[in-house]
Design a protein around this ligand. Structure first.
Ligand code: SF4
Length: 401
């Protein structure tokens, strides 16, 4: 009996150890195919965060367990897609990886074996880059376009397909892409930029976070060196007050009524009850900077922020307004006399509640959040559960879908 128990315990440990070691070995085997020398860059590096590439070349890669899991899942999805396409009887998979070489300049070449599928569709060949995702985008992400364009130019193929596969819901979406000369210039610019930074030993800008791709930073193994969530204007570990914007510092009641009217709805309707395309039309008008003229300042909350400022707190404003309206939003805040040290707006396609929670989680890692001002009760309750003190100046009807 005792022997059996000992065996079972040992077997549990051995299987976990074997999986970890096997993943590490697979990863190392794959990395051995990628040259890491100045002047020779891997084609997929060009679409990814250049600062991360800089760290890969200067510090080396030590894959975290999370990174190994992502690597293995990616391999699995790639293989599964190849098998499914082959079994379809509609298209034929001719290759599952391709060697590449693209000379950018005298000293710079993009080179390496890449995991793409070469398929024959209706008699013509194209490459397929598979992206497993938890949310299929409306349009392909720019960094993915850069990546597939780098592959097209490096392999010489004329056409490619970006295939997004939502691994949770099983949804699939394909975007056909033609090789474009303009992209070759962008690819060359990025390769030269990376090369110059490596030569000068200066890391490039924190590209992923600047362009709103926080998820890349969440799984980046250089996060502790790069510190992407430190706000340039606020030193680490300082005490900050975070405030939401619409409904807290700005009275948006009239703008909301106008947006409802422009959508063809009664101004009295609760926006959280609107769904689908109507909701999209409402949000478009609601967030439209042309309608900010309808806003008025909430003086009590603004005075409160000035009091915190006098106590030496830094002020961070976060808003679900789309990032593209940063300039107009900043102007509105300045006009209303709102004090702030940082303004963070929501990147495209990010669900409001999840985005706010993620921003606060990241701020909490680097700062002492003294208090958070939020007018949406649902969001306030969720943030409170993160151990953050929340003040709700006035309840407001949510615009969240
Ligand atoms: S943490 Fe983000 S910005 Fe920094 S290197 Fe990694 S991906 Fe790039």
């Amino acid at each position: 009996m005792m022997e059996e128990w000992v065996w079972m315990k040992k077997a549990e440990e051995r299987i976990v150890e074997a999986l970890k070691q096997g993943l590490k070995n697979m990863w190392e085997e794959e990395q051995a195919q990628h040259l890491r020398e100045e002047g020779v860059y891997y084609p997929s590096a060009i679409g990814a965060c250049l600062r991360k590439q800089y760290y890969i070349y200067t510090i080396g890669e030590k894959p975290s367990p999370e990174k190994l899991a992502i690597f293995a899942t990616g391999k699995g999805v790639h293989k599964a897609v190849a098998e499914a396409l082959n079994a379809s009887g509609i298209v034929k998979v001719e290759q599952e990886e391709v060697g590449t070489s693209l000379k950018i300049s005298e000293n710079i070449t993009l080179k390496g074996r890449i995991d793409i599928l070469v398929v024959e569709i209706d008699g013509s060949k194209s490459i397929v880059e598979v992206k497993s995702t938890s949310k299929i985008p409306e349009n392909p992400h720019e960094n993915h376009l850069l990546q597939i364009q780098a592959y097209l130019h490096a392999t010489g193929y004329e056409r490619g397909i970006l295939l997004y596969w939502d691994k949770r819901k099983g949804k699939v979406k394909a975007f056909a892409v033609k090789r474009e000369k303009e992209y070759l210039h962008k690819i060359a610019e990025r390769a030269i930029l990376l090369h110059e930074h490596l030569k000068r030993k200066v890391p490039p800008l924190k590209e992923a976070i600047i362009e709103g791709r926080q998820w890349e930073c969440d799984t980046c193994e250089y996060r502790s060196i790069c510190e992407p969530f430190i706000i340039d204007t606020i030193p680490k570990n300082e005490s900050i007050v975070v405030a939401s914007l619409d409904g807290v510092l700005v009275d948006d009641t009239e703008r909301k009524k106008l947006a409802l009217f422009l959508t063809g709805l009664s101004p009295e309707i609760d926006p959280s009850l609107i769904k689908g395309q109507l909701k999209q039309a409402f949000l478009k008008s609601y967030f439209d900077p042309a309608n900010y003229v309808k806003d008025s300042p909430k003086t009590d909350s603004i005075d409160e922020l000035w009091r915190y400022r006098k106590l030496g707190k830094y002020i961070v404003i976060i808003s679900e307004r789309p990032e593209e309206y940063y300039k107009q939003t900043k102007e509105e805040l300045e006009k209303m006399g709102v004090p702030f040290d940082a303004l963070i707006l929501r990147p495209e396609n990010q669900p409001i509640i999840k985005w706010k929670r993620d921003v606060l989680k990241r701020l909490k890692e680097n700062y002492d959040i003294y208090i958070y001002l939020e007018s949406d009760r649902r969001i306030a309750e969720m943030i409170q559960k993160m151990g953050i003190l929340v003040m709700v100046p006035q309840t407001r009807v949510s615009t969240e879908e």
